[in-house]
Ligand binder design. Structure first.
Ligand SMILES: Cc1cc2nc3c(=O)[nH]c(=O)nc-3n(C[C@H](O)[C@H](O)[C@H](O)COP(=O)(O)O)c2cc1C
Length: 158
């Protein structure tokens, strides 16, 4: 069972969770970054406006071919209670994903609200079935309980 862990991380939290999944379950890490990087000012202004519109940022890499993977794990920070434009771009950039399974997660300060439903819907349109969903808020990021839930969810599919 081959797993890829695709994530966007503006300030490092989601990256650290992605690395913990990789350390516990194996798999390849694929970090996506917006081609036009956000500053603190533009993340909270333009970035949040684009997140609210559920817009897709052009990202690096341009395409993410997952045809050689059995499981796709996707993680995003929450911006304006939604998925980041970069992770929307990552889902749009998926190739070879029809029929695959996914586990999705979000890290946030307090509430992820619309984030996982947005990702689930976008993945569903690409033929990807979401088998597990986990949200980690600020206090849960530093405790092991939710991280273990996420790892258990990934192991449950693999
Ligand atoms: C531009 C911006 C918007 C954010 N909006 C929200 C939000 O709507 N709700 C929330 O709970 N946290 C929000 N946060 C906090 C982040 O989701 C949280 O700190 C996350 O874990 C950061 O992940 P990262 O370090 O991988 O970027 C926001 C952070 C940024 C930078």
């Amino acid at each position: 069972m081959k797993t890829c862990i695709i994530y966007h991380s503006y300030s490092g939290v989601t990256r650290r969770i992605a690395e913990k999944i990789r350390d516990a379950c194996g798999g390849d890490l694929i970090e996506v970054t917006p081609k036009d990087q956000y500053s603190t000012l533009t993340a909270y202004s333009l970035g949040c406006i684009r997140a609210r519109k559920e817009a897709c940022d052009p990202i690096t890499p341009d395409t993410i071919d997952v045809s050689s993977y059995d499981l796709i794990v996707i993680g995003t920070p929450v911006w304006a209670w939604k998925a980041t434009p970069a992770i929307n771009g990552a889902i749009a950039a998926l190739k070879g994903c029809d029929g695959k399974s996914a586990v999705i997660f979000a890290t946030c300060g307090s509430s992820a609200k619309d984030t996982l439903p947005i990702m689930k819907s976008a993945l569903g349109k690409k033929g990807v079935r979401v088998m597990g969903e986990v949200v980690l808020n600020k206090s849960e990021i530093s405790s092991n309980e939710k991280i273990n839930d996420l790892i258990t969810s990934v192991r449950g599919v693999t």
